[in-house]
Design a binder for this molecule. Structure first.
Ligand SMILES: Cc1cc2nc3c(=O)[nH]c(=O)nc-3n(C[C@H](O)[C@H](O)[C@H](O)COP(=O)(O)OP(=O)(O)OC[C@H]3O[C@@H](n4cnc5c(N)ncnc54)[C@H](O)[C@@H]3O)c2cc1C
Length: 581
């Protein structure tokens, strides 16, 4: 049995729901027809299943080795990465100007899901390179673009994001790394921690995107600048930076998480990107891209964990069925319940993530400025939902997969525990899910008094009402959840400037929003299943409808509990004296 099979039919269906037809109508994106995209995904599926997935187990058990500043990656990763670059997989959705294939981000996202499902540790490396490409494409000077973009796009070089320091985690105002001007460049010094793929042997060069402060820069986040610091300098020669250690982690062992020391000698040579003191603003370009992709990692691991649990449940015989015969555990309703809810959560979040990617394509490429602006506003709301929702789905689904396996789920040899250990970090990095919730509740809800979100809820409501005659139960659950979210928006706006109260309510608020946004996608799934296109397989559509019903009955109804938490105002939390804990 293969370790992982790319769910190509589900991915195609999600692309359709996410609006592939609108995206392929955008200028310059006309090549992204369903036929071409299907062909690309088939090849990606073969590469993911055949090359990357078999390395996932060794990534976990062998991990990376550090010796004298040199990181040796997991056996097989180097060869897989060469094949990845030769196959053009690094460049799928980058601009053609510097060698990219120019396909929409939507397609790159679907392809990325396959890499993360097959091998999340491997997939993280090109994901970070993608963020660096986006950053340089938007903010780099013509010379920086010329020098770095072609090789980052091809994948011959890789990129990193160097934000975190011992005193700067969620709060980057604590960044202490320094940058001192020296002729046409800067000398960078300081320590960065937790840098994913900060050092490795997969590529010829590593291009670090580093946050640091100039002499005399203002305190706080307004005094942070962004620098490009390559491992090897353009004229040749090693830059003054070294990997001093790699972390021992609960999962994701195939991705080296590095402590990087910049400028232990004369200073690491770096170049300013954009303008001084605007580094954090630029880094947010990369972080938005990364947040979407981290949500995607969660969804991808959920898919893989689901597949493992489903296959095990079909083979494991235990107990008896209703006819008194020995039963595969999938025949027991509780196990079936676990599997269908895993599937429902995965499909809802997959479509939501693809939908967000499609809106980014529209925001970036639509010729009508007003439509592009509306798409951008929607993306701003969707990003924290996809990041936190996708990663929580990844954790929940991989946790449930362990339960389906029973005792064997707790035994490392079956491999299912790895999914849970690997995916756990996704709720932490790229802004913890707590920080995502604060972003949603504060900047994205309170700032305009909830107006943008309420406009979105009206659209969702119309779609749910249209489904009501055919699928009353799902439509009812979605309408109730929308009504709950509408009330919750009122509570969040009413919190005003009480930061502690907002902090106590933000996570339940985000969770409620994720339920509703997932419900929106499931309403669309049900509608599409009820209106087949030529060539659709009726059994496949029936399954999609069944999954949408499961989402309504088993997941969406949790909205009332979340509203109760928000309406309660978290008084018990706020009034509790933390000193007595
Ligand atoms: C495996 C791994 C890979 C990583 N890769 C990278 C990388 O490539 N580049 C990089 O720069 N960083 C990377 N990181 C760092 C990561 O982004 C940080 O760990 C993360 O941003 C959280 O920061 P912290 O660990 O300092 O936690 P803290 O900021 O100390 O947070 C601890 C807890 O407090 C909460 N909290 C903090 N502040 C607030 C607040 N104001 N209000 C409410 N709650 C709050 C958080 O939500 C969290 O629950 C990586 C981390 C790991 C573990």
């Amino acid at each position: 049995m293969p370790e992982y099979t790319a769910p190509l039919r589900e991915i195609d269906f999600a692309l359709r729901l996410a609006g592939l037809d609108q995206v392929s109508a955008l200028p310059g994106k006309e090549d992204a027809t369903l036929d071409l995209v299907t062909a690309v995904l088939e090849e990606a599926g073969k590469f993911g299943a055949g090359v990357l997935a078999p390395l996932n187990g060794p990534a976990d058990t062998i991990g990376n080795k550090l010796e004298a500043g040199v990181v040796t990656t997991v056996p097989g990763f180097r060869d897989a990465y060469s094949q990845f670059v030769e196959g053009g997989w690094n460049s799928v959705s980058f601009d053609a100007e510097f060698g990219g294939q120019g396909l929409p981000l939507l397609v790159g996202t679907a392809v990325g899901e396959i890499w993360h499902s097959a091998n999340m540790a491997f997939g993280l490396c090109p994901m970070l390179t993608g963020g660096a490409v986006e950053l340089l494409s938007r903010q780099g000077s013509p010379e920086q673009k010329e020098t770095y973009l072609p090789k980052l796009i091809s994948g011959e070089w890789t990129g990193t994001m160097c934000l975190t320091e011992p005193s700067a985690g969620s709060d980057l105002s604590g960044v202490r790394s320094k940058a001192v001007p020296e002729g046409d460049h800067y000398l960078i010094s300081g320590q960065k921690i937790f840098i994913s793929w900060g050092e490795h042997d997969l590529a010829e060069n590593i291009i670090h995107m580093v946050l640091a402060r100039l002499p005399g820069a203002p305190e706080g986040t307004k005094g942070i600048s962004l620098f490009l610091v390559p491992k090897f300098l353009p004229g040749g020669g090693r830059n003054d930076l070294i990997c001093s250690s790699i972390e021992h982690k609960m999962g994701l062992h195939g991705s080296p998480t590095c402590v990087l020391s910049f400028g232990d000698g004369a200073g690491a040579v770096g170049w300013l990107i954009g303008q001084e003191n605007r580094g954090l603003e630029y880094m947010f370009i990369m972080m938005n891209n990364a947040r979407l992709n981290v949500g995607l990692e969660g969804i991808a691991v959920a898919e893989r964990a689901f597949q493992a649990a489903r296959d095990y449940a079909r083979e494991r015989i235990q107990g008896r069925n209703s006819k008194g015969q020995p039963a595969a555990i999938i025949e027991h309703a509780d196990v079936k319940r676990m599997l269908v809810t895993m599937k429902a959560e995965t499909e809802a979040l997959r479509t939501l993530c693809y939908f967000a990617a499609a809106r980014i394509d529209v925001a970036d490429h639509h010729p009508d400025a007003e439509i592009a602006k509306q798409a951008r506003a929607l993306v701003d709301i969707l990003i924290p939902l996809v990041k936190a929702g996708g990663t929580e789905a990844g954790m929940r689904v991989s946790d449930t997969a362990i339960q389906v396996f029973g005792g064997m789920g707790f035994i490392e040899e079956t491999g299912v525990a790895q999914y849970f250990r690997d995916v756990r970090v996704t709720a932490i990095y790229e802004g913890t899910n707590g920080i995502q919730s604060l972003d949603l509740a504060g900047r994205k809800t309170q700032r305009d008094g909830g107006a943008t979100i309420r406009a979105l809820l009206s659209i969702m409501k119309v779609e749910a009402e249209a489904l009501a005659p055919a699928e009353p139960a799902l439509a009812r659950a979605q309408l109730d959840a929308i009504a709950a979210l509408d009330v919750a928006v009122g509570h969040i706006v009413a919190v005003g400037k009480d930061g502690q109260k907002l902090s106590a309510l933000a996570v339940p608020y985000l969770r409620l929003f994720v339920l509703v946004a997932g419900g929106w996608m499931m309403v669309r799934q049900a509608q599409a299943a009820l209106a087949p296109l030529e060539g659709d397989d009726p059994a496949f559509l029936q399954a999609r409808l069944g999954i949408a019903r499961v989402y309504g009955e088993q997941i969406l109804v949790q909205s009332s509990g979340l509203l109760a938490i928000i309406a309660g105002g978290a008084q018990s939390v706020l009034s509790f004296d933390a000193a007595t804990l």
